[in-house]
Design a protein around this ligand. Sequence first.
Ligand code: SF4
Length: 454
Amino acid sequence: MPSVAFYTLGCKVNFYDTEAIWQLFKNEGYEQVDFEATADVYLVNTCTVTNTGDKKSRQIIRRAVRRNPNAVIAVTGCYAQTSPAEIMAIPGVDLVIGTQDREKIISFVDQIHADRTPVNAVRNIMKTRQFEELDVPDFSERTRAFLKIQEGCNNFCTFCIIPWSRGLSRSREPQSVIEQAKQLVASGYKEIVLTGIHTGGYGDDMENYRLTDLLWDLDKVDGLERIRISSIEASQIDDAMIDVLKRSSKMCRHLHIPLQAGETSVLKRMRRKYTTEEFASKLQRIREAMPGVAITTDVIVGFPGETDEMFEEGYKFMEAVGFSEMHVFPYSKRTGTPAARMEDQVDEEVKNERVHKLIDLSEKMQLQYAQQYVGTVLDIIPERDYKGAPGTGLVMGYSDNYLQVVFDGDESLIGKLCRVKITEAGVNENRGQLIRVLDESGLNNFGHPEALRA
Ligand code: SF4
């Protein structure tokens, strides 16, 4: 049996793509082995979101070449798309394929096995308008399935290289999304996470069909209990989206809405499509429509030209609007983007200080959010034994509003919807007490904390 080993860098979409590529190899009779083992094919799925992503990708490729110089070394992903020549120049690389044409990987690998001639298969992504259909029927995680519905981005934020590596926004056909969702439900998944590079841009390339239409169509899929959107922009929250959030019982009370900066002039230089006032008013509308919703965000600190005053104003804004968690990143220059050429780059030490301040704020807000739920009852789907170790007598899972909860139970509960009383709040981990395992009839009832206060 031929063997293949994978290494994935970067975001969730890349991990999804690797899973999809693995399906192609699996269908050809390959077995998957650890990246540190000797394999016939090594596939490195690269990232280029920062210059460090490029460097790390090169290191991993060299590691694969050293591991087995006779293996086929295939490189895909964002860095492969933007810099194929740089990768082809690494001795031992056999195949470079960007962020499209992945369904041809097996035939390229077979060809390379036969004639050992390196192939650069990267094509211009900016001309691609078609969504690449690659299915993932099952995941190593048993309770949540990811479903990629969208690729690329039309936004061209000044700090971001992604539109150049992933191309312009394109959507998966609704029928294909629904079919895939039904298959995932049939395989036992209760929760589907809709993913993409710019998930909220779903439908931008279609006539009269938007993300909200897809959400209503998914709402009708029998047996699907939870629909989560991996990320959505504030500018994409419109009346139709508010209506879905309000009326669909399957929509998780969790939205990830990237803020990126809490000061309007910085947002403008980032070329983001909202002011802080607009962002705040969107959040208010969401909270009215969906009480108790968890809103998480991404923030970049130390963007070129961000003064202490701008940072302080941003800090106060974030504190005032409130998030249930913030993912904080120091601005990192990405060659080829407008922001990398901007003047007034911020000192690394200043960036680090700002990162720490915002991480402290995030932890404070995380705890505050979780504390509201102490004494309430939430529905949790356990994902694994506590800390991944069987025999602890504890399991860990998430509520629909993305609280990580640890409670008494064993492996038999994994994947089942459990009604749990929250007993203790923490920054990353909350404790609970199992009340009962719900039967099929109770599965849709996530309820709001007010209604369920015990
Ligand atoms: S919205 Fe901006 S940050 Fe997000 S992928 Fe598009 S260009 Fe990059």
